[in-house]
Design a protein around this ligand. Structure first.
Ligand code: 8IG
Length: 272
């Protein structure tokens, strides 16, 4: 089997050929609810179905389709990665990280990871966007497991003390000062948490919970990219309120927030 890094560099070459773009400045991974908003960045100049690129697995989640769009906005050439894949679909950590590795291998030095998340803070209402200041990886795996990276990427033992770039968070704060920051606890899912699990991660400092992002963030940082994380809170985490949790509200919250998310993305992209 080809190792994960070779596979990503091969897929990046295929992406360059199919999109006609030599190098990207920025990549945005679109989580649940963010795709509609991302349309506000402008019309794609290319769209490459990820099924045509080496190493990509097809998404099985409703509301995700596997395409890498190329958009020019804010003076940048942007890869929009639509159709994220998750561990809970039966994928390995390497498969989950492959799209982000591919767009970084295609030049993107900055990566915005977006997601929908449950919120622990009662004062942050569903529909709010929160910037991710740090994460707790509860997936018990890492995209860096397996064969070592090529010498050009250095060690597999990557420092994560500035995983979510303070520099990028500052830039976002300048243009969107009302957004709060939170620590994202990444679970494997696909079940939502129990109230006891939510109390546990709350006592550890988490204010967001989700089933994505953490492995992609690790892989991106390991490749030297600067990472920004944005969560759309779509529900209160278990036990925060009496309301039951369901996947439909996640999709609906994304649709109703689309306008806001689009404006925010456009503002953030211009500021980075
Ligand atoms: I949206 O409450 C969304 N994704 N683990 N818990 C977890 N993931 C989520 C949640 C949630 N809401």
């Amino acid at each position: 089997m080809t190792n994960s890094y070779e596979l990503a560099f091969q897929a990046a070459d295929e992406l360059r050929v199919r999109s006609g773009v030599d190098s990207y400045d920025l990549a945005i991974v679109l989580g649940s609810g963010w795709k509609e908003g991302a349309g506000a960045l402008g019309d794609p100049v290319a769209d490459v179905p990820s099924a045509t690129l080496r190493g990509f697995v097809a998404p099985t989640v409703e509301g995700h389709s596997g395409v890498i769009y190329t958009v020019r906005a804010g003076g940048k050439t942007i890869a929009l990665v639509s159709g994220r894949v998750h561990l809970y679909e039966g994928n390995t950590a390497a498969q989950v990280a492959h799209p982000v590795r591919t767009v970084i291998a295609a030049g993107a030095r900055t990566v915005i990871l977006t997601n929908a998340a449950g919120g622990l803070d009662p004062s942050v209402a569903p529909g709010s966007v929160v910037t991710i200041s740090d994460h707790i990886n509860l997936t018990a795996t890492s995209p860096l497991e397996g064969p070592p990276p090529p010498p050009s990427l250095g060690s597999r033992f990557v420092d994560l003390s500035d995983l979510y770039s303070r520099r990028l968070l500052e830039r976002v704060r300048e243009v969107a000062p009302t957004l709060s920051e939170g620590v994202y606890a990444g679970f494997r899912g696909p079940h939502y948490e129990t109230p006891a699990e939510i109390r546990m991660v709350g006592s550890w400092g988490a204010s967001l919970v989700g089933m994505s992002t953490v492995l992609e963030a690790i892989a991106a940082r390991h490749m030297g990219a600067e990472v920004l994380g944005l969560s759309l809170v779509t529900n209160y985490a278990a036990g925060v309120t009496d309301a039951p949790l369901n996947h439909l509200e996640v999709l609906e919250a994304g649709q109703s927030a689309a306008g806001t998310l689009g404006q925010l993305l456009a503002t953030v992209v211009s500021a980075l």
